[in-house]
Design a protein around this ligand. Sequence first.
Ligand code: KG4
Ligand code: ZN
Length: 324
Amino acid sequence: MEGPRISGLILGIETSCDETAAALVTEDGELRANVVASQADLHARFGGVVPEVASRRHLELVVPVVREALGEAGATLDDVGRVAVTQGPGLVGALLVGIAAAKALAWARRLPLVPVDHLDGHIASLYLEPDPVEPPFLCLLASGGHTLLLDVRSHSEQEILGTTLDDAAGEAFDKGARLLGLGYPGGREIDRLARHGDPEAYDFPVARVPGLDFSFSGLKTALLYAVRDLGPEELEARKADLAASYQRAIVKALVGRVREAGRDRVAVVGGVAANSELRASLADASLAPLALTTDNAAMIASAARFAEPVPYPRYLGLDAYASR
Ligand code: KG4
Ligand code: ZN
């Protein structure tokens, strides 16, 4: 295993978007507790995440969530050897709540702190027991904020082979759901509705962009036009077909790129990796465990196993970053 060994549990904290999460992972990658408090309901009536609302909610939830994780693991802070926290990318105000909590906990206990990149976290969702996936592999990381094709060479080395030129895949799901009048977050809603629809009913375009990049904005516009052409009653009747065809186009784009990259070993992570059609289409790939696809702190603690800890008390000046 790479990285320095420090005894004790790793306490992970994640607050980059609208999930307040804490987890405890052992040095060997065993998951002892994984608590996720989703704020989705709070943001649903706005149709998306409101950053200021998210920050305030994180502030209320972060300590109870850490306490619950310790309880779930049957542990106390005495059992924690280091604290890991998402440093970015994400909503800065939201990130700062997790970072402040992590600093306070680490400082009070004179523990080291490990700042973790959220995207490295998603990849590290593959490294946990009982079925860890070892690099090298080609990784499709598809979330609400990112769509990346990565050449993951080791636990700490990776190269970006492709990225989205406009919307992220999860964003395409969320915006599509909004056009269809479905709830937020939209990916899960489209996934659910698509089961009752015909994926061939509409021929939505799969963007042709050079290399291994992605583009989803044209698809979103195609859905907008299809929705506009229907009256309210027709829309209701065709909603499942629209959802199924729209999902099919996104999955086709993702799977197409993965196949074009031509690698034997493929892994899929991020919120969109929860999608049932994508999982079925890439059944030969290593798929992140369903519970660890959307944002969680287990993946952050997992990534900390392979990252450099900042010793006490040097991390007190640590800042968040919005983008990579
Ligand atoms: O990784 P994640 O929790 O947060 C970010 O880092 O962005 O990903 C959230 C994204 C959202 O866009 C959400 O709609 C999408 O993942 N998502 C799904 C499904 N579950 C969540 N997309 C498609 N199908 C799903 N079942
Ligand atoms: Zn994420």
